[in-house]
Design a protein around this ligand. Structure first.
Ligand code: CP
Length: 300
């Protein structure tokens, strides 16, 4: 059974297959509009979402599938009465052909997949991973830059709880001559396990303390929101804010990415800058998620 659970499951070759299929559905949408017409996709989100849920729903609808969906599953599904993820999946597999799930538990998607009754797509698992976001992020880098090898990438914001960061750096580490720079408040520093993972793949992670320490010829600045919903207490606001003045210290080829939603970390005065590509990035997610649904349902 095919699932999308973690960035760990991908190779360069399998990533290329996703990207090629995303390009194909993008340019030949008419050909794909009935590909999943006999399928029902269940979409269960136990945490809030705008992009991931609605882009998966749109992806399913554009492929001709029908959807059954719960956008506040923690409250409106029987999880509120104590039902386990495994029991929920066992039941839903009698209704639908694939399940897209977002949950606060790091192991939620793996738990769901352990039932082995239906393909599971991890739409965000606590502070762990968000692999479909990482796939669309990498697809965006490839479309903007032409290739991923040799990319100099700065990761900013919440590197501790930011699941998009964790999934993205795993995928980046599959490529050659990647440089990764980190800039965050110390309290949101990248966990050692990820620094060790990068090192084991030949990437020396460079922790920076100011914008001045970042190379000016970065290919990508990838900012993220402080995930305030994941911790108790107040660690203050983001200190490293990208505005026009800051962005203009970087190369005209540096692209500015963000998985969104943003709060204060990217100022709206850069939205019109040609380097700001977060809205394009979100749109790319539609095609990547169409490709993933086709793959897990063996209609690629
Ligand atoms: N990037 C992302 O996961 O956005 P949503 O929380 O809106 O789905």
């Amino acid at each position: 059974m095919k699932h999308v659970l973690s960035s760990d499951q991908y190779t360069r070759e399998s990533l290329e297959e996703v990207f090629a299929l995303a390009d194909k559905v993008r340019t030949h949408q008419e050909e794909y509009k009935n590909k999943l017409e006999d399928k029902i996709i269940a979409i269960m989100f136990y945490e809030p979402s705008t992009r991931t849920r609605l882009s998966f729903e749109t992806a399913a609808l554009k492929l001709g599938a029908k959807i059954i969906t719960t956008e506040n599953a923690g409250e409106f599904s029987s999880a509120a009465k104590g039902e386990t993820i495994q029991d929920t999946v066992n039941v839903i597999s009698g209704y639908a052909d694939a399940l897209v799930i977002r949950h606060k538990s790091v192991t939620s998607a793996i738990d769901a997949a352990s039932v082995e009754k239906m393909p599971i797509l991890n739409a965000g698992a606590g502070k762990g991973e968000h692999p479909t976001q990482a796939l669309l992020d990498l697809y965006t880098i490839k479309r903007k830059r032409g290739k991923i090898d040799g990319a100099k990438v700065a990761i900013l914001g919440d590197l501790l709880y930011g699941r998009t960061i964790h999934s993205l750096i795993k995928l980046l580490s599959l490529y050659d001559n990647i440089e990764i720079y980190g800039l965050s408040k110390d309290v949101f520093a990248l966990p050692q396990e990820y620094i060790d993972m990068l090192k084991s793949r030949g990437i020396e992670y460079k922790k920076c303390n100011s914008f001045d320490e970042l190379p000016k010829d970065l290919d990508v600045i990838y900012h993220t929101r402080i995930q305030a919903e994941r911790f108790e207490g107040d660690f203050g606001k983001e200190e490293f804010i990208i505005n026009k003045k800051v962005l203009d210290t970087f190369s005209s080829n540096t692209i500015l990415m963000h998985p969104l939603p943003r709060v204060i970390e990217i100022s709206t005065d850069v939205d019109d800058d040609p380097r700001a590509c977060y809205f394009e990035q979100a749109h790319n997610g539609l095609y990547v998620r169409m490709a993933l649904l086709l793959q897990v349902l063996d209609r690629a």
